[in-house]
Design a protein around this ligand. Sequence first.
Ligand code: AMP
Ligand code: ZN
Length: 502
Amino acid sequence: MSNDKLSLFNTLTGSVEPVRTIEDGKLRFYSCGPTVYSYAHIGNFRSFLTADLIVRTARALGWEVDYVTNVTDVGHLTDDDLADASGEDRMAKALKSDEGRRFANVYDLARYYTEVLLDDWHSLNLIEPTVRPRATEHIRQQIEAVEHLVEQGIAYETEKGVYFDISRFPDYGKLSGNRDAENLEQAVRDVVQDEEKRNARDFALWKKDPGHLMQWYSPWGWGFPGWHIECSVMSMEYLGEQIDIHAGGEDLIFPHHECEIAQSESISRKTFANHWVHTRFLQVEGEKMSKSKGNFFTVRDLIATPDEGGRGVDPMALRLALISGQYRKPYNFTFETLKASMKHVERLRSAFETARGGLDAADGPDRVGDRLADLRSSMLAAMLDDLNTPSAIAAAIEGAKLIQGLGENLNASSARSALDFLQSASSLLGIPYHDQEAEDPSASASHDPLETRVEELLRQRATARESKDFERADQIREELDEMGIEVMDGPGGSSWRRKTEI
Ligand code: AMP
Ligand code: ZN
């Protein structure tokens, strides 16, 4: 199996490159998740959707995917854009806001916004990650990583915290290009809060703060971890020292990802992530989203019913709108795009109904199979070409039109080809047509790790069978058998059950 079919722009090298996974047929992927101090907005979700599309495309190639995306619930400060960890913790600030006052404490607030995040995640049919770790559940590992850096002489302690000494990591700046950052240095001097720092650009690994709302005991006394160390630690914990792709929004290139590289590579002495993928920021009607301009939308602002104070937008129309522009291009969200996406979703659903209706028709020559196979190839080729979603969506819609126009040629074999095509479009773009329940991860993809693993293996087996790799398909069946899972193959696909339940 070739592993270099998926090409993505790599911020590290500045060019579109094939993703050559460390292990053949397996993708190790980390995507930075949200800070749960408020409702996630549609810009956040555009970044999460890029990650989702990477997973879907990798699966379409038959790759196994280990997909980790975190929840940040401590340490992300309001003025973190200079890597100096200054300002107030976003979680603590949120608790003091009008909206935050209804929570008893900062942990309740984090729990609430995490639940809302998961609801929105499911509404927009995003794939469940293999693991969704929380920063506050990995404090021990973060302290150990900082201790290790201190022992190596790469980090040092001051009265106010522990800092990473960037002079000990000559590659600092390799991702963002902030190598000779005179301007940055000046900017940091203007805000720097710790005169004991060796270099103004050194960044915080641990903040001493006995007054902070969330604090833990460490070798440096009471305090909390810097924001960047959490992702280094959680990525290494769940995916190993080296991964294939690390992703996030473009604002994370510096300082967050630059600092993650410095920390992780200083600990492991190996390349941390081979591919760095960043999503360009979403704007709304040509402007930066902001609450004061009234153009700021959370997912629920749009998809909640008017009774609930929302706009009643179909979640799948919102999903399609948010992926209608390629992740790397400036993206302007408009209500026009949303309307056009709604029409596309309706067309796909109606093509699906047409095809389903045709299954009961008499058999006859397949009038669309070849053309749909070409369109299916174009759709996948577009996604493999740096996630060219506009082309992939165009191919899906062309296929849907072809199916809708079948008329008298709608016979059982054309219908089967049509359903195959629509199924591929659905799993690649993440737009289910009917049975929302069957496709909706909140209903089907459980949070039980065994079920998630079984579903993943069944998907891989289906892909192996499609590409006539029966040896691999049998291996997977055996693996499932050893897990106590029986697979049942039927005309509508494969299902499974636990053997003990028989
Ligand atoms: P945060 O909750 O601020 O930690 O952000 C979560 C993710 O959303 C990060 O990957 C950010 O880079 C990304 N993000 C924030 N704002 C936008 C936006 N307007 N467009 C696209 N991605 C964004
Ligand atoms: Zn991160």
